[in-house]
Write a protein that binds this ligand. Structure first.
Ligand SMILES: [Zn+2]
Length: 290
């Protein structure tokens, strides 16, 4: 198992609190590959990657979560997806006037939503994350408190080298929790630093962060980059364009290049491909001959 990309769940023996620690390196580097995200965007994207893995690891069924931000401000689009098997992918589109931009400015006129999609669910569940506070972590804390009545401490780190974070949640059926204890755990979690996220160091790190508490650490799970794009899905998108637009897109070069925004994979279609895409199915064609 990869030492560098892991989620480690844990709970406290004598407090009704559970949590998880996430560290992303290879998968996070892969998300950044061939992209040139400016610092403020990189940070939010890293936070989104860590948050998505933290949420996805708690899913009790086969499915995936999508954290999506759409806006009319500097950040026009950010999508981060993580499956219950912890396969992660994500991208962002932004136009920044300056490299230095705060979270509230970056998220101006933006909406954030979390969609949970389960294989056995009739339709996906979507929750709106109100953009508030100074970070995505604060927005998510507010979301958990309001929509799920699940008080949470969320700490997120997003740097070029590493993304990661900590999630602490009060267990609804866990009994009483002293407010001072809850506040204390939040302050301890907030001391997490990027430099501490080292390969294979989860146990030592958690023991150090919560030295005074009897922590029970569960088995780590690997997070990996995986893009679900395929030839078939790309062809479906072209078909949805319609024959006229597809032919127009061929242009003078006689080729449509489609690059996946998540993994950067390029798929090219020429005139013959486009004809094939819009050709009636074989059965239909032959019936016309009679
Ligand atoms: Zn892809």
């Amino acid at each position: 198992m990869s030492e560098s990309d892991r989620v480690t769940p844990f709970f406290f023996e004598s407090l009704p609190v559970r949590g998880a620690l996430v560290q992303l390196k290879n998968s996070w580097h892969r998300i950044q590959l061939n992209q040139h995200y400016e610092q403020p965007v990189l940070e939010v994207l890293g936070h989104a990657a860590a948050a998505s893995a933290l949420i996805a690891q708690s899913l009790k069924f086969e499915g995936q979560i999508t954290l999506q931000i759409t806006g009319k401000g500097p950040l026009s689009m950010l999508v981060m997806q993580c499956t219950s098997d912890l396969a992660l992918r994500g991208m962002a589109r932004a136009e920044l006037s300056g490299a230095d931009m705060s979270y509230p400015d970056l998220m101006a006129r933006a909406h954030c939503a979390i969609t949970v999609d389960g294989e056995d669910m009739e339709r996906p569940y979507q929750g709106i994350v109100e953009v508030c506070g100074e970070s995505l972590a604060q927005s998510l804390e507010h979301y958990y408190e309001r929509s799920a009545q699940l008080p949470s401490h969320v700490v997120l780190i997003g740097e070029q080298a590493v993304a990661g974070g900590l999630l602490l949640q009060r267990m609804p059926q866990g009994g009483e929790l002293d407010e001072d204890d809850w506040r204390r755990l939040g302050l301890l979690a907030a001391t997490l630093r990027a430099e501490e996220l080292r390969d294979g160091a989860e146990l030592a790190l958690l023991a150090k962060l919560f030295a005074e508490d009897d922590l029970r650490v569960l088995e780590s799970r690997e997070v990996s980059f995986h893009c679900r794009c395929s030839q078939q899905r790309t062809e479906d998108v072209l078909r949805m364009l319609g024959v006229e637009e597809a032919e127009q897109a061929l242009g003078s070069r006689g080729r449509i290049d489609v690059t996946c925004e998540y993994c950067g994979r390029l798929r090219s279609f020429d005139e013959v491909d486009v004809k094939r895409l819009f050709a009636p199915p074989a059965g239909q064609a032959s019936s016309r001959l009679h």
